[in-house]
Write a protein that binds this ligand. Structure first.
Ligand code: GDP
Ligand code: MN
Length: 386
């Protein structure tokens, strides 16, 4: 889950990281009102994407009237396919120097890593490509935590003037605390600036929270912006379904993550020669009830690329008849015209298959093995693509 800049900065502030004390607006009038108390401001699009500055989503305004005007320009703007519904109005900073500071989970090292660069304000991926020497890394032992000597090491590594080492170190340590407490996989300040007044302040903030940890962070649920994610993902989450959209033509509905991956492999194996592959990863989970199956089918069919649907259900806790009932409910609601292939084994599989064959749905066929099911789905998708 991604946090917006304004949400991240609020969180940073709670940990004592210096941030500009602005607030957000959803209308130009509100933006003008905030600017009235702040003097020169910077009006910033709140969308879950970087590169807002380049896209025209970050603008300075020296009067409340000007703030109203630029807010009017930015609200409703599209940045990388995302519509701006909210702006952050911050007191403008006088920037002397922009630095990059971030902590990210380094999966290959199985540790978080502190990353800093003297070239802030630019996306770190670009610096990594064009000027890798400007980046300094310091791995953080998850048990021992981040140490003062490490942050000083980084400060020196990016050639930060000595007078700022303590402030920099303190910000880095607070960022680590915030990262750790939040179960984040990324916490980034870009740019961290040195102001004309010789202060360090976080002008931008970005955080990504590990979805698997959200259970112990009810405070983040309220911060979720569903207008900023694909609708299918929102619906999947609300229905308790694990769903990842892919680019193929065969929608897969499977119970269990391992089985879902095996199913995708089989689709790929038999479809590859014809350029056919899985349209999604979807795990309806254990003990799937009829309504969840229906929700999953609706999500799969909302993808216009889907030319066939493959159900691979291994009944354990999940009962075959429940799945069949869910499928029939969903079918009667949606009346999809794509071909559907179902393989149902395990608990109550016979009852399930009987319900299916009695339904007389012409475009729904049963298969007894995964190989057979995958081949049938590929053949159907091939036909659907013509
Ligand atoms: P991003 O482009 O989405 O990463 O948005 P940022 O918040 O990082 O802003 C982009 C750039 O706008 C920064 O790198 C700064 O150069 C500039 N900027 C942001 N806030 C201020 C500010 O308060 N004063 C000035 N002068 N420039 C700012
Ligand atoms: Mn930035």
């Amino acid at each position: 889950m991604n946090l917006h800049e304004y949400q991240t900065k609020q969180r940073f502030a709670e940990y004592g990281i210096p941030v500009p004390m602005g607030s957000t607006a959803t209308t130009p009038d509100e933006a003008a009102e905030i600017a009235r108390t702040l003097g020169t401001v910077v009006v910033k699009a709140q969308v879950l994407s970087g590169g807002r500055g380049k896209a025209g989503g970050v603008k300075l305004a020296s009067t409340p009237e000007e703030a109203r005007e630029v807010a009017n320009q930015i609200l409703g703007m599209e940045i990388k396919g995302l519509t701006v519904h909210r702006v952050l109005v911050d007191p403008a900073a006088h920037i002397e120097k922009e630095i990059y500071l971030g902590i990210v989970n380094d999966r290959s090292a199985a540790k978080p890593v502190l990353i800093a660069s003297s070239e802030g304000g630019v996306e770190i991926e670009i610096v990594a490509k064009e000027n890798p020497k400007a980046i300094v890394r310091e791995h953080i032992d998850p048990v021992l935590g981040l140490h003062h000597y490490q942050t000083m090491n980084v400060a020196s590594g990016i050639n930060l003037p000595r007078e700022h080492w303590n402030a920099f170190s303190s910000i880095a340590l607070k960022l680590w605390e915030c990262y750790l407490d939040s179960d984040a996989t990324l916490a980034e300040i870009n740019p961290l600036v040195i102001t004309a007044e010789n202060q360090l302040i976080a002008l931008d903030g970005k955080m990504v929270i590990d979805d698997n940890a959200l259970l112990r962070h009810p405070e983040f649920e309220a911060l979720r912006d569903t207008t900023a994610e694909p609708e299918a993902e929102t619906r999947a989450r609300e229905a308790g379904i694990a769903y990842v959209k892919l680019n193929g033509q065969i929608g897969c509905m499977v119970n269990g993550a391992g089985l879902a991956m095996a199913t995708m492999d089989m689709v790929k194996l038999y479809g590859e020669a014809d350029g056919i592959g899985p349209a999604n990863f979807l795990d309806i989970g254990g003990g799937a009830q009829a309504d969840r199956v229906a929700a999953a089918l609706r999500i799969i069919l909302s993808d216009p690329n889907v030319k066939a649907v493959l159900f691979n259900i291994f009944g354990g806790i999940t009962r075959g008849d429940e799945v069949a009932r869910g499928l029939l409910t969903a079918y009667n609601e949606i009346k999809p015209d794509v071909a559907m292939v179902i393989r149902l084994v395990g608990t109550n599989a016979e009852e399930g298959m009987e319900l299916i064959s009695n339904s007389g749905i012409p475009n729904l066929t049963g298969a007894s093995t995964l190989t057979e099911a995958a081949r049938m789905a590929v053949a159907a998708a091939k036909e659907g693509m013509q």
